[in-house]
Structures are given as C-alpha cells and as structure tokens.
Write a protein that binds this ligand. Structure first.
Ligand code: SF4
Length: 301
C-alpha cells in the first residue's frame, strides 16, 4: 500500500522552460514511481531499490493545486504544466486515487495547457478532460503558433520488445498496450508524440530497432519523436548505474564490458556515441518526415 502524505506545494515553476518538453510548470501527484524503471533518473538511496515500496500519494494535492493555479491565473502566468517529471501520472494506484483525473479537472477550470508524459494506457480514461483542455487552454504567447495546442501527449518508450521491457521497466504498461493507447490518442485528434528516452545502447538503438520504431511511428502518424541516449547515475545499491549494470550482466553478458567502458568515467555515453546518435536521429527524422521536436508541429487549421 502506498503511504499517504500531505504537501505544502505541488505546482513547481521551472527556472527555464525546457525546449524538449515545454515545461513552464511540473506537477507530481505521487512521490516515487511503481513503474520501477531501472534507468530512472530519480533513483538513489532516497527511494530504495524497489521504487514501488517508497511510493507516496499526495492526498491534499488537488486542493493545493487549485490554490496555486488560481494565483498564477490571476497574474496571467499561463504556461504548459508537465505531468509528470518525477513519476508517471497514470500509475496503477491512479485507478483508486484518481489524483491525475482530479488535477486535470482543476487545470481545465483554470485554463492551463498540459503536456502529459506517460508509459500507461490509463490515460485513455481522461481523454474527455484532455479534449476540454486542448480546446480552452490559454497558451503562452510564444507557443501560440507552434505547437498551438492546449494538450500535448507523449508516450514514452525505451524498447518495443516485451522481454527487454520486462527487464528494464518491469512495472510499466507493456509496450504493445502503450502503442494501442498511442494509436487511440492520435485517432482522437490529440497532438501525440513519442519520447524515446532512453534508447538502450546496442539493445534498442540498433539499426534494426530504429527502423522498426520509426516505421511504426510513421504509420501511426505521430506528431513528433524525442529521442535521447542513456544516462546512468551513482554507485550505491539503489542507483540507476548499479541496477542497469546488474541487468546487463544477467541478461546481456556480451555487452557488459562495453557498458563498463561507457559509464566508468561518468553518467553519459561517450561524446563520439552521442554525436553519432544525434546524426542518426536527425537523418531518420528527415527520412521518415517526423519532426524531432514538439515546436516543429504546425498550427492546426
Ligand atoms: S515511468 Fe518514468 S518516473 Fe517512473 S520509474 Fe520509469 S522513468 Fe522513472
């Protein structure tokens, strides 16, 4: 059972809007994340090895959000709210607590735009509210022409392979179900894209896998693709580097030496890899005619 906690603030104003996610604000209604991805950047001693065990529900979040958004709206400080930056807004417990649904009701009332980032198909439940936000949100001036929409939905994938997903993101909705939800979101008319964060080196970033990713997403007519390489932090028992390395040793022993070499010096893949990755993604986006950023979306007629 998750812990129930009360918070003083739930609306976080970002210092600078990230050009990838367009986040003027972030909202995390849960603390920690039962999707338990091994590569997750929130990992560390604070949450322990099994993120599900440290999951907390912010029971007064809706009331606090209502007050905070009301203050921002009075000052005309409209901007995209990203749900969520440090958890998934559609965890298993969302079915019971419905905090995300209630937060969307509040957001719709105050007319803020949203960017939902999720690995779950539970988002389909809230398409009604997301349509309302899409139609009525007040956008920041500089984003009125592109993306020009009140609701953005990004489905996050690190692989499409169910076995690989079962190793690296055990608690998340299976990729096949996520794909179905993505398809429905597009069919429903939402501006829907994909966050490939992170692609796993030599596992899901192979030419074969990239071709599969891009051809599937092109066929589905996604609005954008946001690809990124793997980052791994820390050497403690609950840190992402330790946990991913352990998984590589157990399931991909042939890659262990390479992974050790990549991450022995720091948290990022080496510069030559990053350069080649960026070039490859640019080429694929051009070849498949899929924008590589959200702001490349044209304003709807
Ligand atoms: S879904 Fe996102 S926040 Fe949750 S564990 Fe995975 S990477 Fe972390």
């Amino acid at each position: 059972m998750p812990k129930e906690i009360e918070v003083k603030s739930v609306l976080n104003k970002t210092q600078k809007r990230d050009s990838w996610f367009l986040d003027d604000y972030t909202v995390n209604l849960y603390s920690s994340c039962s999707f338990n991805c091994l590569y997750c950047y929130i990992r560390g001693s604070k949450y322990g090895t099994n993120l599900e065990q440290s999951l907390s529900v912010k029971t007064n979040a809706i009331e606090v959000l209502d007050k905070q958004l009301s203050n921002r709206a009075k000052k005309g400080q409209y901007g995209y709210i990203v749900l969520s930056s440090a958890t998934d807004p559609y965890l298993q417990v969302e079915k019971k607590y419905e905090l995300t649904r209630q937060a969307l009701e509040v957001i719709a009332r105050h007319r803020f735009p949203v960017h939902i980032i999720t690995k779950s198909d539970l988002i389909e439940r809230d398409f009604d509210l997301l349509h309302k936000i899409d139609q009525n949100a007040i956008l920041p001036h500089d984003l009125q022409s592109s993306p020009g929409r009140g609701t953005l939905i990004s489905f996050s994938f690190s692989t499409l392979d169910e076995k690989v997903a079962g190793i690296f993101e055990k608690g998340a909705t299976k990729p096949a179900k996520r794909l179905k939800a993505l398809e429905k979101a597009i069919r429903d008319g939402f501006h829907t894209g994909v966050s490939l964060m992170p692609l796993l080196p030599f596992i899901s970033d192979t030419s074969e896998n990239l071709t599969l990713f891009f051809s599937i997403f092109k066929a589905l007519n996604v609005s954008y693709i946001l690809p990124a390489t793997l980052t791994l932090f820390g050497n403690g028992s609950a840190d992402s580097k330790t946990l991913v390395m352990k998984a590589i040793r157990a399931h991909f022993p042939q890659l262990e030496e390479r992974y050790i070499r990549f991450f022995q010096e720091g948290y990022q893949m080496p510069p030559y890899y990053q350069k080649a990755f960026a070039k490859k993604m640019k080429e694929l986006c051009e070849e498949y005619k899929i924008p590589g950023s959200i702001t490349a979306i044209d304003k709807p007629d």
